[in-house]
Design a protein. Structure first.
Length: 413
């Protein structure tokens, strides 16, 4: 009964955390522009947030690994996000906005592995894929509904009210977090000098150097880079084309391109988690990654702005697969070796690298060769991601099952 209540509370935690994170999307750019910031200044400040997030991925993952109480890690991150939102609402000047971007970047990188660790503490390894799919479903519903709510606040009240709403929505997230209960891992005595460190389950804790030699870690990180190299700039590029060729209703089309895929993610994510447990990781990854080059090619050939929304629905397929598979493959790779959250941080860093390269390369290609050629370049990166998964990515579920048959380790969260 306690676990059932905790799992329901985890649903709501994912819902409200997604609510909170939605407030740090396009609303920041609109808020700063309304307060007379130039596009160059806005771009610089958004880059501060991106750089902060990339630099924080590994330290935040290692910090969550080191913290015995994962709920406290999540609570700390949520409070930091509240402070970030209030800083933005307090004053749209350089110092508060800079501090908010840096703080939010680190807090987000800490919150993602903390919530994955809580999920892993509540369910067995066999049920992890289904649980991660359920997490993604509730997060997507939260993002879609909150985007509409925040848009209404920004339209009818003020853009500043969006950030007060963001801080307010963090409070029910804290309530949901407090309702989650699970058995904490046992305290492990400090290892004597010269002896290997142990996980709470008594397994030898692997060194970071050994983890970084894992072929599965490196290949999937390369897949993540290619995925985001193809995906990150696609909607921005399409939105630019819509704005240039469409007068009325442009904001509605762009909003629909953001919201509709969230409902696709909500519908597909539990299925993705279940099939990853049945079929293995590679078939599901190939399915999700194949949507990338198809979507890019369709964007290159679309002439009507109203066709962008149906094409963008393919993003829901890719997002559902990627959102579930990243923490699931991290669990496969980390095994019982004590670096689950650090592994998530490593994959998050790879995602940041790919996204940063994507926006820069796509913008340059669009300026030099035209938007259609830029989309073809993104399609090429997506095709390379599919080939990488198909030809090089090992099946982590099978490898992990063999290890469990031999030693039955559990993942340290």
């Amino acid at each position: 009964m306690v676990i059932a209540r905790s799992l329901r509370a985890l649903d709501w935690l994912n819902f409200f955390v997604a609510n909170v994170q939605t407030g740090f999307g396009p609303f920041i750019a609109s808020y700063l522009a309304a307060n007379k910031w130039t596009q160059g200044e806005i771009g610089l400040m958004l880059s501060v947030g991106t750089i902060s997030a990339m630099a924080s991925q590994l330290p935040a993952g290692a910090l969550v690994d080191a913290m015995r109480n994962k709920k406290f890690a999540a609570l700390s991150a949520i409070i930091a996000i509240i402070v970030s939102a209030l800083l933005l609402a307090a004053s749209p000047t350089f110092v508060p906005v800079f501090a908010a971007e840096v703080l939010h970047g680190f807090a987000s990188c800490m919150l993602v592995p903390a919530m994955a660790a809580i999920s892993l503490a509540l369910v067995s390894r066999a049920d992890l894929g289904d649980r991660l799919g359920r997490n993604a479903r509730w997060a997507s519903i939260g993002s879609a509904l909150t985007a509409a709510l925040m848009g209404a606040f920004g339209e009818y009240l003020s853009l500043r009210s969006v950030f007060f709403l963001t801080a307010a929505l963090a409070l029910p997230a804290i309530v949901a977090l407090r309702m989650i209960h699970y058995d904490a891992p046992p305290v492990v005595p400090r290892a004597p000098p010269g002896k290997p460190k142990l996980t709470p389950e008594g397994e030898e804790r692997e060194s970071l150097r050994e983890l970084l030699k894992d072929r599965r870690l490196l290949i999937f990180a390369a897949c993540v880079v290619l995925f985001h190299l193809s995906n990150a700039a696609m909607l921005n590029l399409a939105a630019g084309e819509v704005t240039a060729h469409m007068g009325d209703n442009v904001q509605l089309v762009i909003a629909a391109c953001i919201i509709v895929p969230q409902f696709i993610v909500a519908a597909l994510s539990p299925w993705v988690g279940r099939q990853a447990q049945k079929w293995g990781r590679r078939p599901v990854l190939i399915l999700g990654f194949c949507a990338l080059p198809i979507r890019a090619i369709l964007f290159a050939g679309v002439s009507s702005p109203y066709l962008l929304v149906p094409v963008q629905m393919l993003d829901g397929i890719s997002a559902a697969v990627f959102g579930v598979m990243l923490p699931l493959i991290a669990a496969d790779v980390a095994g019982g070796r004590g670096h689950y959250n650090l592994t998530i941080g490593f994959f998050g860093l790879a995602a940041g690298v790919g996204a940063t390269l994507s926006t820069a390369a796509a913008g340059f290609a669009a300026d030099r060769f035209g938007t259609a050629m830029s989309f073809f370049g993104l399609a090429g990166a997506g095709a390379l991601a599919v080939l990488m998964v198909w030809l090089a990515m090992p099946e982590t579920r099978i490898a992990n099952a063999v290890k469990e048959d031999e030693a039955e380790p559990s993942v340290k969260v």
